[in-house]
Design a protein around this ligand. Structure first.
Ligand code: LRH
Ligand code: MN
Length: 425
């Protein structure tokens, strides 16, 4: 069922912007003056801010939950078409989320061609395809209880490989250019899993999947410290992902999900390492206080998000690492107590804010302070950028691109959720 229903109309966005444009102009000019005194041209920063794109996770448009419960809100998307419609609304307001990452089988389209046409009619396309061999589907022949791509039973591995190749087939029609693999394989007790055997089986399985991908596709290998396995996880950290990606092929890269690390791990340094090694494929942005909490990006550790973008901009300024593609920026969150669209709107803004602040770092001064081992001034150089309020750039870039000056306010004022509540009984 191709759901269009209520859409926020451009007239509403124009009047939303109209009452804000004078303030935005004043604030933008004031920021421009401040940045000019730092030797930075605001126009160039704005252009780079406008060029950023962040992919939205289809699976985060409905309320998430935990094993202790899920509390769905009104007007939840009931199928992939309604999920795409909500993602298109986020792109309408932010103008930097033109692609959606699908999860199969959660979003398996009856006819990928129809879905592709529907999505493009709403101005969005598709990002990486996400496979799922971490839960059993009804009609599934063999269980993934004891693993999938690393399972001891070759027929289970074959089933998991076939599922990933099906994701590639669907993605080919949708215009996707990447497959993202995360597996929950691992053990709950010492001795349960042969650490090296399971890892070798995983790599061999990925090689089979890689061989079945079109020549211009990328393979993202996502690591995670624990959960659902509570003692050992086959693909547990960046080192394991780096070696696996290197073994699988030149178009295989590591995917850094911010929630997949032990507490207090220096993730920005892992990013610098993977960039150094030319194996950083992309990110699943979210935030966390304890475990893989999948909270809104920038909501708990905004300075860490800034430091990650600082490493990314550093690498880009130095011309990048040969063979390392432009990293893919994707969100992977679970919205348990907020309106999913509102959380995604807020998260997209926090990601764009961190990127723009990272563009403001005086890298020449930083390099001198680092050379001089002047720690205080080195940190201050970063903090000067991180504490710069770049909201005028974000708002002005959105308005120039036809989006909303304040996406969250516009979404609420539009009554979109209430309308969907009526439509999506
Ligand atoms: C695993 C993960 C992975 C997804 C899933 C929804 O924790 O981060 O990226 O497939 O969440
Ligand atoms: Mn993830």
């Amino acid at each position: 069922m191709n759901e269009t229903g209520f859409r926020i109309d451009t007239g509403f966005i124009a009047s939303h912007n109209g009452v804000r444009s004078a303030d935005i102009r004043r604030d933008y000019d004031a920021l421009g003056e401040l940045l000019r005194r730092r030797g930075i041209g605001i126009g160039e920063i704005a252009a780079r801010a406008a060029a950023l794109t962040v992919a939205l996770p289809s699976w985060a448009t409905a309320t998430g939950g935990t094993r202790f419960g899920r509390f769905p809100g009104e007007g939840e998307p009931r199928n992939v078409f309604e999920k795409i419609a909500d993602c298109a609304t986020i792109h309408q307001l932010t103008r930097i989320t033109p692609r959606v990452a699908l999860h199969i089988p959660w979003d398996r389209p009856g006819d990928p061609g129809t879905l592709a046409a529907f999505a493009s009619s709403l101005g969005v396309g598709f990002d990486a395809m996400n496979s799922n061999t971490f839960e059993d589907q009804k009609a599934q022949r063999l269980s993934y209880k004891f693993g999938s791509l690393s399972h001891t039973d070759a027929s289970v591995r074959a089933q998991a490989i076939a599922h990933n190749l099906e994701c590639v087939e669907i993605g080919r029609v949708l215009g996707s250019k990447a497959l993202s693999i995360w597996i929950g394989d691992g053990g709950n007790f010492p001795g349960q899993v042969d650490f090296r055997g399971s890892y070798e089986r995983y790599i061999e399985s990925c090689k089979s999947i890689y061989a079945g991908m079109p020549g211009d596709w990328l393979l993202y290998i996502e690591y995670k410290l624990f959960e659902p396995a509570m003692y050992s996880t086959v693909l547990n950290d960046w080192g394991s992902a780096y070696y696996a990606a290197t073994a699988v092929g030149p178009r295989a890269f590591c995917l850094v999900d911010l929630g997949h690390h032990a507490p207090n791990v220096n993730i920005e340094m892992i990013v610098a390492r993977l960039l150094h090694m030319g194996k950083l494929g992309g990110f699943h942005f979210n935030d966390s206080k304890y475990g893989d909490d999948d909270l809104d990006s920038g909501s708990i550790k905004p300075f860490q998000l800034f430091l990650i973008f600082h490493e990314l901009v550093n690498a880009a300024v130095k011309g990048g690492t040969p063979g390392n593609p432009e990293p893919a920026y994707m969100i992977d969150q679970s919205h348990n107590v907020t309106d999913p669209v509102e959380s995604l709107l807020a998260s997209v803004e926090e990601i764009q804010r961190a990127y723009v602040q990272a563009l403001l770092v005086d890298r020449a001064a930083l390099a001198e302070y680092q050379q001089a081992n002047d720690a205080v001034m080195a940190l201050r150089t970063l903090k000067t950028a991180f504490t710069t309020d770049v909201a005028p750039i974000l708002a002005s870039v959105r308005v120039s691109a036809g989006g909303a000056a304040d996406p969250l306010a516009a979404f609420r004022e539009s009554g979109y959720r209430t309308q969907k509540g009526k439509e999506r009984r």
